[in-house]
Design a binder for this molecule. Sequence first.
Ligand code: F6R
Length: 368
Amino acid sequence: EKDGHDWFMRKEIFEQPRAVADSLIGRRTAAGQLQLDEMRLADEELRDVDKIIIIACGTSFYAGMVAKYAIEHWTRTPVEVELASEFRYRDPIIDSTTLIVAISQSGETADTLQAIRHARSQRAKVLAICNTNGSSIPRESDAVIYTHAGPEIGVASTKGFLTQLVACYLLALYMAQVKGTRFGDEIDEIMEQLEAMPGHIETVLEGADAVYELARAHATTRSVLFLGRHAGYPVALEGALKLKELAYLHAEGFAAGELKHGPIALVEEGLPVLCVVPPKGRDSLHGKMLSGIQEVRARGARTICLAEAGDTSIEPYADDLIRLPKVPVLLQPLVAILPLQLFACELATALGHDVDQPRNLAKSVTVE
Ligand code: F6R
């Protein structure tokens, strides 16, 4: 049942090329138009949306953070991302022109469900992004985009996360199409980049052994930091969450630009710091990330850098280097999270922990 793997989590990590491919099937018409069949929201309703609030918990919340970057960039619609457990307790400003996007793998998370109920009582429309057919969250929403990860058994979400990202990109592109933003013309190109992702994911997973070796080499550390910028920032947060959940280690993710505002004080000799390096683009993001990496390294950190193929500028600052395929920054989370999943899974295994059933955690959290 685990396909020869020791853990469901590891099996599910290796299912990700298939899960991402399945989540993309049937999304384009012969004429090249994007379609989200099961969505049940009329194009006019989407056109009227003037604000989006994404609500979710845990890993799904981090998918929501990536979604904010994609939706705002491609559709110019303002997006807030909020923890479902905080949402209804702060008297949020919502009305019938607000679209709530609720992201949940299980579809049964009580915090998210309660937030949906609150939003609907204020006449907001709710779109669920969910992996479980017929679960409570899609049933109580106005519309749904199903992800096609298949059942996720390991408590730590992996393929659930990747397919949520795909659904968020599809939603963003669909909105760009409906609203006719200037990115409308680029939808084809971005869809092609998405359709290339299963192959890229495969390539990164082929390098699993090198990541496992790194994980085992760091198994005795007491703390690990994760740094990212832009869409790599939620990846850093998700990488840290995986390590907390599975290895019971102190792990924290930071936006690399925040380092100098406090977190750099944590850096001491030998501290492993995993760095998600943005692709080398036209802007200065990449250079800023490099200087952040230099700063932690100058203070004794051991830097493990995830950087795109051909990026040689990172070499002097990386104690260890994991290569990622060349993809646009907004799509990079789909490949950058993979080594972090593998790292957490292997490190927890080396410590002798039960990876599929970490202590104190349940697969779906049905109490608030
Ligand atoms: C982390 C993890 C949790 C869930 C969170 C939300 O690996 O699995 O953080 O992401 O409990 O669950 P869903 O997506 O089912 O609402």
